[in-house]
Design a protein around this ligand. Sequence first.
Ligand code: BGC
Length: 525
Amino acid sequence: MAGGAVVNTSGAKDYPGRLTLFVFFTCVVAATGGLIFGYDIGISGGVTSMDPFLKKFFPEVFRKKQLAAKNNQYCKYDNQLLQTFTSSLYLAALVSSFFAATVTRVLGRKWSMFAGGLTFLIGAALNGAAENVAMLIIGRILLGVGVGFANQSVPVYLSEMAPARLRGMLNIGFQLMITIGILAAALINYGTAKIKAGWGWRVSLALAAVPAGIITLGSLFLPDTPNSLIERGHPEAAERMLQRIRGADVDVSEEYADLVVASEESKLVQHPWRNILRRKYRAQLTMAIFIPFFQQLTGINVIMFYAPVLFDTLGFKSDASLMSAVITGLVNVFATLVSIFTVDRLGRRKLFLQGGAQMIVCQVVVGTLIAIKFGTSGIGDIPKGYAAAVVLFICLYVAGFAWSWGPLGWLVPSEIFPLEIRPAGQSINVSVNMLFTFVIAQAFLTMLCHMKFGLFYFFAGWVVIMTVFIALFLPETKNVPIEEMVLVWKSHWFWSRFIADEDVHVGAHHVQMAASGGKPAAAAP
Ligand code: BGC
């Protein structure tokens, strides 16, 4: 039998347990929840650049687009109603993630995933059949509810299932599925845009049912996490599940004992929403707000939603614009793999800092390249070679995001909350993320019209701020068991002042280990 916990470099424990096939498969299935979010992000931009779609639902934009051949390139897509189509989904996701918090806590993580998939399925059907703007927008609201539930439950599920040493890798499966969803959407748009009869957009929108079907069915086969089982009063089932996910020959007694302690503490908490405001959770609350806010202020969704529109604006032909979205989509997927394989070794901080620096440089270069050609008038033509350089730097920027803020924006918030405030904390994370996804989706075309190439400098400025924020305020969380994260905050130069000694309740064994100078502790009784 494997031994008990050992102390790792951060001062927290390292439980025995490897990557079992069972945990791997449950995590892959759960991660497919990311597909619906990704598909959605990727599909809107392409659809809104298809002429038959614009003619049917947004004739005014269509007319303006025709005129723009001679006029200001920066402003040809600026239209509030069109932006509402893209962004309505995110408002719905924002609101629904609060309801999802209750479902996730009371019924378990699995039923939130199921509810998310099912609502998304209905939304997809409505969108594919849309005859008017109302149907389009109601469909998108349902899609949004689906995303709210999935993004609430999936990251938490993954972080709870994973052994601490592999948590980063398994959790980033979610982001990987997001990027695969975005890429699939870009490819599908590329194909459907070629349908001469003009109903290609319907296929694009209706195909959202495929990822929705996958997570809806998949979730039915998923077991719930030991953490959630204990919290909901099923201690024996929880212990059996822990044994199953860590491996039959592994001694899980210590990890189990610590889960029970965490659960006892969480039972004392009646109001997770009020509780999260307590002084001792100041660090977690700050991260739950700032990490998603910053993730969106990287400006990534300008590329993700509007890549075809943006490339079109830059003077690429319609087909070439859709193709460029495929290229950025591919870069996004492959660069995410880099973080999967490095996040538990290099740690979160190194990826954040390196990715941030890369994004800053690329945004300044892209802004400058556009400024040189279009200036402030927005009139100009981009020669082929020049356009290739713009695409190259956009790709480098996407890569920087894809191994830093993309995956870590979901991983870090899901691993820092103690059990008692985890669903509430995750809801704040999801809703802040959605709020700013909404703001950017809603404002981008108008911002481009007014700020022109300066928009890229604007986002670069934000990335400078967030990189400094990480350097100063985010401690390293790699390899630390999720129910022991308090130790990390307690030893941080800034956040420690908010946490009193008596707030640090980790399993009794930890105290024993600390006292023995970090030598391996005996297996729990
Ligand atoms: C973000 C999305 C973004 C995507 C790009 C996700 O982590 O939350 O807003 O579109 O990454 O891959």
